[in-house]
Design a protein around this ligand. Structure first.
Ligand code: SF4
Length: 146
């Protein structure tokens, strides 16, 4: 699924995003606080969301409401994405990176990151955006062994 520039442009406020997605404002805030989604942050510290962010929010909400996962479970699912392999980190970098060792935090939540990641905006990163391009993490993992 390729998204147009428009669909990734952050234009919606929190309350509009809530209306468009059907997800309560307090739930969206919680997903942001727990690192499930990285909104675009304006200088004023207000969060903005794009159409693609709304799809991501709906995916997270479905995992919680229909599939019975909790937030810690979703974080663990996202932690399974092999960012070190996608970004081709060296063995040395992997050893120093918390994302490589953690089984409970998505890589963008890692406190210690490798050189490559320190200089990347996670919101723009292909690893963070996998959820936008596949209906679920497992369908992505299947492509690795195809
Ligand atoms: S840049 Fe961020 S999202 Fe991408 S692999 Fe590194 S920590 Fe993960």
């Amino acid at each position: 699924m390729n998204h147009s520039v428009e669909s990734t442009t952050p234009v919606y406020t929190l309350s509009t995003t809530s209306t468009l997605s059907g997800i309560p404002v307090h739930s969206i805030r919680q997903y942001v606080d727990r690192g499930l989604i990285i909104p675009f942050r304006k200088e004023t510290n207000r969060n903005l969301f794009s159409q693609v962010d709304i799809l991501r929010l709906k995916y997270i909400h479905k995992l919680l409401v229909e599939d019975g996962l909790n937030i810690a479970g979703i974080r663990s699912v996202l932690a399974l994405i092999p960012c070190w392999s996608i970004r081709k980190c060296s063995a040395e970098e992997r050893e120093k990176c918390q994302a490589y060792h953690s089984d409970s935090n998505p890589c963008w939540e890692a406190s210690e990151k490798g050189k490559l990641c320190k200089n990347t905006n996670c919101r723009e990163c292909e690893v963070y955006r996998i959820v936008e391009n596949y209906p679920d993490v497992k369908s992505y993992l299947k492509t690795l062994s195809a």
